[in-house]
Design a protein. Structure first.
Length: 142
């Protein structure tokens, strides 16, 4: 199963203050190395502060509204993510317990697969989604 590991932003990450956290970067690099060697980590990236982001809100009428960052409540923002391949959420939790975080909240969510929608969504839609995912995977490999 694939899981997304959502790392919450901090006040420092929202300010772009990384210079005071070099030791944490080194420790996280070592942890990422362990994940890669174990075949767990499929992807992982940090995100820029929300001041550099935008939110797009979709109305019931189909209209959109664009809101420029920064966004309030850093603890509610995502500061980075991983995508892991694990056998269960419990395995993901065990890996996460080894991460060098301090004073942080990290959320784990299973990534839905096409099979999760079987019996609820017409098969032709599921087949088209499967083809798109395969095409996307081929493009990323190039």
């Amino acid at each position: 199963m694939r899981v997304m590991v959502l790392v919450k932003a901090t006040e420092d990450s929202e300010r772009g203050n990384y210079a005071d956290h070099i030791d944490e970067f080194v420790a996280m690099g070592k942890f990422n190395e362990e994940l890669v060697k174990a075949g767990i980590m499929l992807a992982g990236e940090g995100l820029t502060p929300s001041a550099e982001g935008k939110r797009v809100t979709f109305g019931d009428d189909g209209g959109t509204r664009v809101i420029d960052g920064p966004f309030t409540e850093a603890k509610e923002l995502v500061g980075g993510f991983w995508i892991w391949q694990v056998s269960s959420l419990e395995e993901a939790v065990e890996w996460l317990k080894r991460a060098p975080f301090r004073s942080s909240t990290v959320e784990l969510r299973r990534i839905q697969e096409t099979e999760d929608f079987a019996g609820q969504v017409p098969q032709e839609i599921l087949d088209a989604e499967t083809q798109l995912r395969a095409q996307s995977g081929r493009q990323q490999a190039q």
